[in-house]
Design a protein around this ligand. Structure first.
Ligand code: ADP
Ligand code: MG
Length: 650
């Protein structure tokens, strides 16, 4: 944040850190003041030219030009002073030196034109930058200020959202914004979650479903149990992250900043030499070469170059956020433009992750109901999608889950908990093997055939197997389309990684058309696979961000799906897809590629315009105001070009 503020201020704009408790006033009214002084400056400049043309006494025109300089240059000169005081040579300094220098050799009209055009350029840039930041301000506006809570006496009371505490009950009428993150306690409705997830289709919400602050309740009346304080809501986190991301510098920008730091002093020395060498050693006229040096100073202004990358990245990140995709910095955005390989987690990514129990097989005298209840007692503490399936099945059968304690999970294998002093294990074959429990006898060949392609979850005590639960999962819609678009985007290697058994993984792979896959992986094996991919080029891992966090962390870009409401996913991933539409993955790659190419276009544009004008100056063709015009024009062009990204559609 500090960095971006410094950057903005050093370019002569106003900026301040947003106040966390108060929705920041994004519209900087200094932009208004600056436009006004620019317009005033323009009027005096025009008058100056007219008088200069019609009046015999040129001194009147000089006064008008002076006024144009002071009005148009007020902010420029002020910023230049600030920069000089901290020993920074920036474009404000360059512009100040060249306009004052022009006055020095009596070129008042040129001096005023330089200042006016520079001021116009600044104004245009400030307002476009502001426009790109609007995408965030729109999100902030969406944060409701008030919530209607149900007090203990049963009456409704409107309170500011930051007074709402977890556990409170909030009432939301049809058409209202949902003010907090919570769980539906009563009611049924359709909720438009597009502010968070980017998906426009309303989502059905009923008892037990999670809802988010900033989304819109369409038709039903909802009673919501508050889960988080307003400051911790998913929307609040998104806003923070987008702002942070936009402030974080991408590699190409770091390079340009470094470049600009050495470049400006070099240019100033060059300009001094342009005066000294011809005048002192070659006896050429002073004012002619002084003028050339001033043009050189203006031309060398790296304005367009410096602004080219940030404006592009801010636009892209803002656009992505509006589409429910949180990209946590320009570096990831650039990496997404160069992806060579993608690894997908199976459960919850390629498959829906909404698993269902299809079959329960028991051993000895255990009943199916008992087996499910026992498994559920362990799984109630687990975050794994399998756990959810077991609990759902248990609920459906109307059973109560007994209490268990001392839950621990074995990532990639299963979990354990203790019921009435007895350890119960729930997990895959690998876990059973490690416990020394044989799983051979439990299913007949006939059943084995029937269950092939299912995930098998074994339930056991310390000594013996109690039974198994077969679980099936559906692959998501759109995997095939995604694979096609990834190949088109130049992704060379596509891999599916899973901790599930070979039979299931190969079935899913065949079903969706993924050629390479690996099964029976422990989390550390996934990490190893992903590291291998990363050595070969930019790699992406797509997972749920909960039990895939280690693998997401080692890829160039870790993408978490369905991150809304899952704090760990939002925080660990480099890119968080708020919903779980697969098409967002190609959107990410697409916007990454566009960003890269626009940054390249901008850099080429900025540099080549400079080179052209440099040549023109020494050929004696260009003059001071043309140079400023070129500089301003280039800045505006790169800004507009960068802003195209704000419009990019999925
Ligand atoms: P994936 O997401 O690729 O399926 P995981 O590493 O999440 O891989 O899990 C691998 C396997 O470990 C699962 O297929 C399952 O057999 C077993 N497993 C993990 N956690 C649990 C759990 N809580 N309950 C039952 N089985 C589990
Ligand atoms: Mg998983």
């Amino acid at each position: 944040m500090e960095e971006i503020i410094k950057f903005i201020v050093s370019n002569g704009y106003g900026a301040q850190e947003p106040d966390a408790n108060q929705a920041p006033d994004i519209s900087d009214n200094r932009i208004g003041v600056k436009s006004l002084v620019t317009i005033v400056s323009g009027i005096f400049l025009a008058l100056g030219f007219v008088i200069n043309w019609i009046a015999d006494d040129k001194s009147y025109a000089t006064y008008l030009f002076a006024v144009a300089m002071i009005t148009g240059g007020y902010y420029v000169y002020r910023s230049a002073l600030t920069s000089l005081r901290s020993l920074i040579l920036d474009m404000n300094v360059l512009m100040t030196v060249s306009s004052v220098g022009a006055v020095f050799i009596g070129e008042w009209s040129e001096a005023a034109t330089v200042v006016f055009l520079f001021s116009v350029g600044n104004m245009l840039q400030a307002s476009t930058l502001e426009k790109t930041r609007k995408s965030i301000s729109r999100m902030i506006e969406m944060s409701p200020r008030e919530a209607r809570i149900l007090s203990s006496s049963g009456t409704e009371k409107a309170v500011p959202v930051n007074e709402v505490r977890p556990g409170d009950t909030v009432l939301v009428k049809p058409g209202e914004y949902i003010p907090v993150d919570g769980i539906v306690a009563a009611g049924f409705s359709w909720v438009n979650q597009s502010p968070i997830t980017g998906e426009s289709r309303p989502i059905e919400k009923t008892i037990g479903d999670a809802v988010f602050a900033g989304t819109v309740n369409n038709e039903g009346f909802l009673k919501i149990t508050v889960k988080r304080e307003a400051a911790d809501s998913t929307l609040a986190k998104m806003i923070d992250m987008v702002e942070e991301a936009q402030a974080r510098k991408a590699p190409s920008q770091q390079f340009i900043d470094k470049f600009a730091r050495y470049y400006t002093p070099v240019v100033i020395i060059g300009a001094i030499l342009v005066v000294v060498i011809p005048v002192v050693f070659l006896n050429m006229p002073f004012s002619e070469w002084f003028y050339k040096a001033l043009v050189l100073l203006v031309i060398s202004c790296p304005c367009a170059l410096v602004i080219s990358t940030p404006v592009t990245i801010v636009s892209a990140i803002g656009n992505a956020a509006r589409n429910g995709v949180l990209i946590k910095g320009g570096a990831y955005l650039e990496a997404l433009g160069k992806v060579k390989s993608i690894a997908f987690d199976k459960t919850g990514t390629i498959t829906t992750g909404q698993l269902v129990v299809t079959r329960v097989v028991t051993v000895g005298g255990v009943t199916e109901k008992q087996l499910l209840e026992t498994a559920a007692a362990v799984e109630r503490f687990s975050e794994h999608p399998i756990a959810k399936a077991v609990l759902n099945e248990c609920n459906r059968a109307g059973s109560d889950t007994p209490l268990s304690e001392g839950f621990i999970s074995y990532p990639g294998k299963g979990a354990r908990s203790s019921i009435e002093g007895r350890f119960i294990y729930v997990g895959n074959k690998r876990l059973m093997e490690e416990l020394g429990i044989s799983t051979d006898q439990i299913i007949t060949d006939e059943q084995a055939l029937e269950l092939s392609g299912h995930s098998l979850v074994y339930v056991s005590s310390d000594e013996s197997l109690l039974g198994l639960i077969a679980i099936s999962d559906k692959s998501r819609h759109g995997v095939k389309e995604l694979l096609v678009s990834l190949k088109e985007a130049g992704v060379e290697e596509i891999l599916m990684l899973s901790g599930d058994n070979e039979a299931v993984v190969s079935r899913v792979a065949a079903e969706v058309g993924i050629e390479s896959y690996a099964a029976n992986l422990l989390p550390e094996d996934k990490v190893k696979r992903v590291e291998e991919l990363t050595t070969k080029g930019v790699s992406v891992m797509v997972g749920d961000g909960v039990n895939d966090a280690p693998a997401l962390a080692v890829t160039t870009v870790g993408i978490a799906m369905g991150a809304a409401g899952t704090d760990s996913a939002l925080e660990t991933a480099d890119v968080a897809l708020m919903n779980d539409e697969l098409s967002k993955i190609s959107f990410c790659l697409n916007i990454g590629r566009k960003t890269l190419s626009i940054i390249k276009q901008n850099v080429v544009l900025a540099i080549s315009l400079k080179v052209i004008f440099l040549i023109l100056t020494f050929a004696g063709i260009s003059n001071l105001w043309m140079a400023v015009f070129a500089d301003t024009g280039a800045s505006v062009l790169v800004t507009l070009n960068g802003m195209r990204l704000a419009q990019l559609k999925e």
